[in-house]
Design a protein around this ligand. Structure first.
Ligand code: GLN
Length: 243
């Protein structure tokens, strides 16, 4: 089996080791004999996104986001074509914000988003930044799981009609907002860095399965030994529970 990934803005959007997500996908695929290719796409580089099974964009500071949003918006049709062609999309923080209507940064600069979804994001000096470890309960296509990570964002995302999950500890889309991220079956956006996938092997496998579905339909992944990953997950859970 083959899995072709496009990692967009790999050289600009890489906060808190978001690149670790790509390393995890690679390892978990190779361990199972899945022939994974991770291609990158920088600002101005030509790629046909619908040719890929998975599109990934990481997070970035306001400055980095300011460098690329024009380039991203110019690819709107290509991204819509990819979504139509069943490319799965994983977005972290800054990348997640840009699939909504707009992002207003800490200096009150408004950056246009792709406008693919209704949500919108604005920094709000009154409430401050959402920073710290975060734990949520998410239901991914009927499977309820616990996800841990780390968030650091000034942007408050509102108008999310399909959140990824309910916050157990931390903030999520808004300061003490109760809900985190976005998931509609094909696009998963989250504020969770950490990076997301090393401590959440179930999410990693979910994403591999969703991306493989484009070419192969429903696929059963061979189980891997996740004892170390699960321990890392439990340590974070305990820490957040104060134990
Ligand atoms: N710059 C954005 C914000 O502060 C995104 C930050 C991030 O990707 N962690 O909201």
């Amino acid at each position: 089996m083959k899995l072709n990934v496009l990692w967009m803005y790999h050289d600009v959007m890489d906060l808190y080791g978001d690149r670790g997500n790509m390393q995890v996908l690679k390892k978990r695929c190779l361990d199972r004999g899945i022939d994974i290719t991770i291609d990158t796409c920088g600002i101005g580089q030509e790629k046909t996104i619908k040719d890929y099974d998975l599109l990934f964009i990481g997070g970035g500071a306001d400055r980095e986001q300011g460098l690329l949003y024009d380039d991203l918006v110019s690819r709107k049709q290509d991204i819509m074509d990819a979504i139509d062609a069943k490319t799965f999309v994983l977005l972290i923080c800054g990348g997640y914000q840009f699939f909504g209507q707009y992002y207003i940064d800490n200096n009150n600069n408004q950056m246009e988003g792709l406008g693919i979804f209704n949500y919108y994001t604005a920094s709000d000096a009154k409430v401050g930044r959402c920073i710290g470890n975060i734990e949520i309960e998410a239901t991914l296509d009927g499977q309820t799981i616990n996800i841990v990570g780390f968030e650091n964002h000034g942007g408050q995302t509102r108008g999310v009609n399909h959140p990824l999950g309910k916050v157990i500890h931390g903030h999520g889309n808004e300061y003490q907002g109760g809900y985190e991220g976005f998931y509609n079956g094909q696009v998963l956006g989250t504020y969770m860095h950490g990076p997301l996938l090393p401590k959440n092997p179930q999410v990693a496998d979910f994403i591999i399965t969703k991306a493989l579905a484009k070419r192969y339909g429903e696929v059963q992944l061979a189980p891997l030994d996740d004892s170390l990953e699960n321990r890392a997950h439990e340590v974070m859970q305990k820490r957040m529970a104060g134990g």
